[in-house]
Design a protein around this ligand. Structure first.
Ligand SMILES: Cc1cc2nc3c(=O)[nH]c(=O)nc-3n(C[C@H](O)[C@H](O)[C@H](O)COP(=O)(O)OP(=O)(O)OC[C@H]3O[C@@H](n4cnc5c(N)ncnc54)[C@H](O)[C@@H]3O)c2cc1C
Length: 460
């Protein structure tokens, strides 16, 4: 058994003072959850409105999924785009892709305003594929991006791929043949199973450190309008007509609005005293998956990387597990090493309340990750990798695998920026900006992220 030790949390300031709520309290905007969603929401609400903002966090800042991810920044959905088009129509899907892509500028805005000097490694995000079905999935997505007027890189395919003749001509403008050697080089692998590569804009960051630094900037910049209370579990929220009461155990909070940035709904009860019951069935369909990762140090002789490997068994249309890897310089006063983080194995949990951060890390998972690394990324038979980090985190999935961002239709004093998934950094930041617009009173176009009264479970 190994403990849950994440390299991202390791880099945080462990001497930072943590203040729990010690009295009854009044604020304009209460944000529950101090992960990247909560901190980004606070950033944009403070910047673009005059409201007082308070974050309540049951544990410590950035110790949830934000402190237990792979650190890959990528503007992508975890559902095929054609599937989103089927559910939401082309226009909303197109807007949503634009929304996520426009978030790169929001990240720049946060870095610039807060004068952050923490590492942000821009890399090419590469995804490697083995068979025709996997390649067709990506081509269908590229076609939608193309029709939506977005620039995307062509997918590179091995000129001698066994499925070359089966590639539909209609996609001819979306792919390009290159040598097999080039494919393997891009994927940094000797495994000849890989036949194609898709390349996207990506970056690697420590999203927990990012939250710590942005929160510290906000506390200094807005001393009269911003506070964070940690070790403060909000047990219950009671929605009234124009305000909300939060039950924090010994103390009560009165706020104009509350934004749930809690990843899911597992540890909070919602009562709507202003009318219809908030849809519990929908809330309870946010389900959990635990993602496992291992990390080790290697010599600093390669550039940063973000690579996803869809092996022969993975199906991108059905979210079958794939392995993913990030590599970037290790930020612990050590200029000699890259930190390599590898994940892939996932375990679904039926009841999200079952997940605890300090669960042991099952022995089988590091050995699965190790055999993957040995087979695909680092095949030196004489090298025994010393894993300094092994960690796990919770991914909360909304029924349709799309983040939920916006006001609750039954009572808009409640807003959501939650339902993370394997790709949640960019959507959380986008969500923060969108919540600030709603709170500022802007009228926004309907979007795929809107909470809906009729939301149905669609998880496959
Ligand atoms: C193994 C793994 C790998 C991942 N890899 C990537 C990746 O490479 N790229 C990417 O983009 N995304 C990745 N993700 C997803 C990404 O980490 C999340 O989408 C993102 O961190 C979600 O942020 P959040 O703020 O919504 O949730 P969290 O960071 O989980 O924050 C929610 C916070 O709410 C608090 N909270 C909950 N209930 C209450 C309550 N009742 N009262 C007070 N506080 C409460 C929790 O304690 C927690 O701190 C990965 C996730 C995992 C688990």
């Amino acid at each position: 058994m190994k403990i849950n030790k994440s390299p991202w949390i390791h880099q945080l300031d462990h001497a930072r003072k943590v203040i729990p709520l010690g009295y009854d309290f009044d604020t304009d905007i209460a944000i529950i959850g101090a992960g990247i969603a909560g901190v980004s929401t606070a950033f944009f609400v403070l910047k673009y409105t005059n409201h007082r903002v308070t974050i309540f966090e049951q544990g410590k800042l950035a110790h949830g999924a934000t402190g237990h991810n792979a650190g890959q920044v990528i503007a992508r959905f975890e559902r095929p785009l054609y599937d989103l088009v089927e559910e939401f129509g082309f226009k909303k899907t197109k807007n949503a892709i634009h929304d996520l892509r426009s978030t790169w500028a929001l990240l720049d805005e946060m870095y610039t305003d807060a004068s952050l000097d923490i590492l942000f490694s821009r890399v090419s995000g590469v995804r490697g594929f083995c068979d025709l079905n996997q390649v067709l999935e990506i081509l269908k997505d590229l076609e939608i991006e193309h029709i939506a007027g977005l620039t995307s890189n062509k997918i590179l395919i091995n000129e001698n791929a066994p499925f070359r003749d089966a590639l539909p001509k209609v996609y001819e403008n979306l792919y390009e043949f290159v040598s097999h050697e080039e494919i393997l080089k891009k994927l940094e692998t000797g495994s000849k199973d890989f036949q194609a590569v898709a390349i996207d804009q990506a970056a690697c960051m420590n999203s927990a450190l990012f939250c710590q630094e942005v929160a510290s900037y906000l506390l200094h910049k807005f001393p009269d309008r911003f506070l964070i209370y940690e070790n403060t579990h909000i047990i219950k929220t009671v929605l009234k007509q124009n305000h909300v009461l939060l039950d924090a155990g010994k103390h009560t909070v009165n706020a104009h609005k509350v934004v749930l940035c809690t990843n899911g709904f597992e540890k909070i009860e919602i009562f709507n005293e202003n009318g219809l019951e908030v849809n519990k069935r929908f809330h309870h369909t946010v389900v959990g998956k635990v993602g496992y990762m291992s990390g080790y140090l290697e010599n600093l002789n390669k550039a940063g990387a973000a690579i996803a490997y869809y092996t022969k068994d993975s199906d991108p249309a059905h979210d079958d597990p794939y392995y993913y890897l990030t590599r970037r310089p290790h930020e612990m006063g050590d200029e000699k090493h890259n930190l390599v983080c590898v994940g892939g194995p996932e375990v679904a949990i039926n009841d999200r309340a079952e997940y605890f951060n300090d669960y042991d890390y099952p022995d089988k998972i590091p050995s699965d990750i190790d055999s993957f690394i040995k087979k695909v990324y680092d095949p030196d038979p004489n090298r025994k990798i010393d894993y300094q980090f092994t960690w796990h985190g919770l991914m909360g999935y909304t029924p349709n695998r799309v983040r939920l961002i916006g006001a609750e239709p039954k009572n808009p004093v409640l807003l959501y920026n939650l339902g993370c998934n394997g790709i949640g950094i960019i959507p959380s930041i986008f969500g923060g900006r969108k919540i600030a617009r709603i709170i500022a009173g802007e009228t926004l176009e309907e979007s795929i992220f809107d909470p809906r009264v009729d939301a149905k479970p669609q998880l496959r």
